[in-house]
Design a protein around this ligand. Structure first.
Ligand SMILES: [Zn+2]
Length: 382
């Protein structure tokens, strides 16, 4: 695990449809390590192949091994600039989940395609009708020159700012956005690690999507292309997420074999493989439950007819809303940094590597259990 790369990713400004900085860092990293990638027409990054031709070849290779398509998103809830109301006053539109209390006077960061633009403060905040997330607000910039420098407000985007974009305290990693930059890190690191394992990398694809937080826009666009539908071998989708911590999915107790999300349960066969792999490789160091605190891209894959599973890192202060509190929290349900546990990330990576091993029983993962059922039944005839 490279904590340096993780920390670089977590430091990048990002918001729905404004993933350019995360993408730039990742593609630069891929170039450095010789990892192939290309952009699909929706601007998602496909990892592990260098163009559509290679992508289709991978899906059509004759193999008993399924392609594991790892999916994570590169955005995080945030705002887009809307209208300038003064020299340093900007009306904003919020996209995705958010804290709902103690919003006024919150510190914000603002960025453009060129990088961080300015620090700012949220001075007005209006919640959506449901009262469950921010709809719009006004941010006031520290720097009076901002309007001159950025006359087009739409080019600005931002989110909640804390003492640093990322810092650690013991084994906890605090950041403005772990969801889902931790998942994007894991896929990137996995792709780098697979470079030395050709037999395994032939069964790998990564998909780093855009605008998940506003309704899986990037993932839907990718499935809509129909490319995956041309596969002649099995494709198993693996969603990697940072998901709201829940009882039984606690921070520091290991990655979670995600049985489903708020929308659906996942594929019983592929889940059985994941369950067995986790039991042998991460004995006592993983958790297992239905993570129904949110919906993830495995649901999109399921809707499009692909077997899907998920692995989650338990996440503190989901969507920067203070559920667990801690440093820099502005109070219950107010703005707070998200946080995750280093060991959970390390072990998620381990689990992903194990899922890539060749020779796992994807075809008949229940065979052993079935044999046991039959044996038990024979011992207790009616
Ligand atoms: Zn999210």
């Amino acid at each position: 695990m490279s904590f340096k790369l993780l920390s670089q990713i977590l430091s990048q400004p990002t918001a729905p449809y404004r993933e350019m900085h995360v993408q730039k860092l990742l593609t630069t990293t891929f170039d450095k390590h010789g990892v192939s990638y290309f952009s699909d027409p929706a601007g998602n990054i496909v990892v592990g192949v260098k163009n559509l031709e290679e992508y289709k070849l991978r899906l059509r290779q004759s193999s008993r091994e399924p392609v594991r398509l790892f999916i994570a998103h590169t955005d995080h809830p945030g705002f887009h600039g809307d209208v300038w109301l003064g020299e340093k006053k900007l009306k904003i539109k919020w996209l995705g989940g958010s804290p709902t209390k103690h919003l006024k006077k919150s510190g914000m960061w603002v960025a453009s395609a060129d990088g961080l633009a300015s620090d700012a403060m949220l001075t007005e905040a209006t919640l959506d009708k449901s009262k469950r997330f921010l709809a719009e607000g006004i941010v006031e910039f520290k720097n009076a020159e901002t309007k001159n420098a950025f006359p087009d407000p739409i080019k600005l985007f931002g989110g909640f700012r804390f003492k640093a974009p990322v810092w650690t305290k013991g084994d906890l990693v605090y950041t403005k956005a772990a969801d889902d930059l931790v998942g994007a890190y894991c896929i990137s690191q996995l792709a780098i690690d697979l470079k030395t394992k050709q037999d395994q990398s032939a069964n790998f694809l990564g998909l780093l999507t855009r605008a998940e937080e506003v309704g899986f826009m990037g993932a839907i666009a990718h499935f809509e292309l129909g490319w995956l539908g041309e596969a002649t071998r099995k494709v198993v989708c693996v969603s990697l997420e940072a998901s709201r911590a829940l009882p039984g999915a606690e921070i520091g107790k290991g990655p979670v074999v995600r049985l489903g999300d708020r929308a659906t349960v996942f594929d019983a066969k592929a889940l059985q493989v994941l369950t067995q792999v986790a039991a042998t490789r991460l004995k006592g160091k993983h958790q297992r439950r239905l993570m129904d605190g949110g919906t993830c891209e495995a649901t999109v894959a399921t809707a499009y007819g692909f077997p899907a599973i998920g692995i989650s890192i338990p996440l503190g202060n989901y969507h920067n809303q203070s559920f667990e509190g801690g440093p820099e929290s502005k109070g219950p349900l107010g703005p707070a940094p998200e946080f995750v546990h280093k060991h959970d990330i390390k072990n998620m990576l381990k689990l992903c590597a194990a899922v890539m091993e060749t020779g796992l029983n994807w075809e008949t993962p229940w065979a052993e259990r079935l044999a046991n059922f039959r044996k038990t039944h024979a011992l207790a005839p009616l």
